[in-house]
Ligand binder design. Sequence first.
Ligand SMILES: Cc1ncc(COP(=O)(O)O)c(C=O)c1O
Length: 424
Amino acid sequence: MPESELTIAEQCFIHPPPRKGTFNTFKWDQSQKLHGDDVLPMGVADTDFPLCPVVKARFVEILDSYPFCVYQSAELDDRAYEAVSKWFGKHHGLKFERSRMRLLCSVCNCFVATVLSYTEVGDSVALCMPTYFCFKPHVERHGRVPLEIPLILDEDGRYCFDFPTIEELFAKDYALGAEKKIKLLVLCSPNNPTGTVWTCAELRKLDELCFKYDVHVIADEVHAPIVREGVEFVPFLSISPKCRHTWVSSPSKTWNMCSAQSAVVQCDTDDSVLKFGETLKLLATWGSNILGRMMLTAAYEVGESYRQELIKHIWKNMEIFCSKMESMGFVCPVPDSTFVVWCDGSVINEIITKKRKELKEGEEDTLPPLFEFQSVLDHARILSTSGPCFSWKDDCVRFNLATPMYNILEAIKRIEAVWGDIFL
Ligand SMILES: Cc1ncc(COP(=O)(O)O)c(C=O)c1O
């Protein structure tokens, strides 16, 4: 069937073009070069889906209509502003302050600029772990100190902020007066890797603490457009935060355009935009490149049906993968957001240890040896992102499920072959 007669879902999510051999990508080309052709990469957080054809066509149209490729201000041009404000207005109910917005090359670019703008060498940056694993090295590379505050599991298995610990740490630090060190808190919303979508009450509480103890928040909402149907995402800006803050988002995850290098930022005051601009000079960067800006504009203008289909596809994958993993003894709840799942194997060892203790004297021990997640995945030839990358225990692993269903079924088959027989 000609490609044009296929639906977006068929072209992009069910039968996408092969990713192998495409511009030396980290996820497939580099991984297979390093680990062998038979590995199944489920680590690096981009998707295995092609650019939405409608977005690509719009991008080409914008490119065709623009005769220059010259120096540009990081401020949003009319068309980009219109596209961004319409999309975020419609889907997240946001109203922006245009003069405080900028386009940058990436979310990490914005993150580093925020760290440099609001902290000094030796200051602490609060990170609620587990969270996106690049935050911590970026903090350390610039001589700041990561203050890791673990999320806690509630009785429903949801990862939540540990507010009493946050407040205790903030209050102690605040009492130091001029010697205060905790200047910035990173809000990863929704949270990668746990997929937690923060509630309005949680965001208000966080805002209240950061306001009271004078801690700047960077709200990274790059995963916000990928939320399970029926779950309400609450943007940090929508609670009208009282604390100092920087907001950032990007089409890179949803529309799989990470290498297009574009992110949209809003600073909280006119002064902070100026300060932010000075920091960008230090980083020798002005803003996003022009092609990234065009792709961002195209995605927000015409990418909505692709996003809707993406969500359907991802949650089909999630349901199948998570239920299989749970049937093999893992704790692997279907997340509310992102395209990754956070899978906890620690309970398996608890079960094995308990059963071993219950063996009667003389009874044959046919139980499996203690479980090691990484060893199971090594045998299954699956690449994933392990717990320690997120400063977490090694019996937790993050899997990227933004891939055609045949890869999900292959992953399950491989894990079952190595582990299922032993455990089931
Ligand atoms: C929460 C979060 N922020 C930022 C990034 C990186 O975004 P960028 O490539 O725009 O720097 C990622 C990538 O996985 C992420 O998960």
